[in-house]
Design a protein around this ligand. Sequence first.
Ligand SMILES: *Cc1c(COP(=O)(O)O)cnc(C)c1O
Length: 387
Amino acid sequence: MTNDNAAGFATRAIHAGQEFDPTTGAVVPPIYQSSTFVQDGIGGLRGGYEYGRSGNPTRTSLETVLAALEGGDRAFAFASGLAAEDALLRSALRPGDHVVLGNDVYGGTHRLINRIHGEWGIRHTAVDLTDLDAVREALGTPDTKLLWIETPSNPLMKISDIAALAELGHAAGALVLVDNTFASPALQQPLSLGADIVVYSTTKYLGGHSDVIGGAVVLQNGELAKKVGFQQFAAGAIAAPMEAWLTVRGIKTLDVRLQRHSENAQAIAEYLDGHAAVERVYYPGLPSHPGHELAARQMSRFGGMLSIALSGGTDAARHLAESTHVFQLAESLGGVESLIGYPSEMTHASVRGTELEVPGNIVRLSVGLEDVRDLLADLEQALAPAH
Ligand SMILES: *Cc1c(COP(=O)(O)O)cnc(C)c1O
């Protein structure tokens, strides 16, 4: 039953690509920590494995489960989310091509497209993806080959309409990509909404335990999948066996984790909404969020990420970020432990002075799986006026 795409999501997360070890019966497939594979005579490969950059069984097991979760044919696992994005960009684009991307995409994505691929002749336009007219206009730029969507966006949790954007992108002859890192496949399935490509930082919810860096590209079979596979092999930014194994281990609990992340985040968003120290809460699970109805259609839950704008400005935001105890001050997101971040000087420092700059009164929370009353008490003490 293991690779049966008709099985439910949680079943696929636990079983796809995870056959027990045939020689010992070990329930958990071993970590194939090997750089090369013995041949039975020249070219006599066992299971197609030759050298660890071209393929490794542990990486295959991760790629199999990632494709199964997404309803895609193929997944390719990389050493980081940005390595996955880089391989995809080099597969999909040629010098002179133009990319349309959200004006609040992950800062590292903007840096990669602007400063690395920009040097190799890739042009880009950043637009508000919730403004479909602006997107249509940007897509009219000659040689637009890729529309890059991120929803919910980081850190302001804007929700954009994947199905509507996919139609616009395709009408303009562009490929449509979704960075689905914030939602994870447990909450949102972009290929089923019309996207061509999904990319992940598996470092976040897929790994889920803040102990591994990784990334992935998921798509249907075809020319582009061949090119991404070739980039992975020929440029070599592969997921290593230990990293692949840890990610697989994390994925087994993805569904249940995202339920709890979402419940905790909803309770925190409701508590902060209306708190005297808080000017605004950015969480799609709040009915007042401009993307609430769209998110309710497009996602199965609202996720574990939220941001707040502090009424007291930059000082209040910095104070909050440095005053919590259960929420630890660190970059990244999507782990079992709650984290707090100050985007303008942490995750989004690289986009200061660009159209992606984040206001100084914003604090971002990655809500973990702790007891929600401890999380609420932590925020309450950190937001209390100083005496
Ligand atoms: C973290 C992140 C990335 C980059 O992934 P790395 O694993 O850090 O290279 C890309 N997109 C989003 C939305 C992210 O949060």
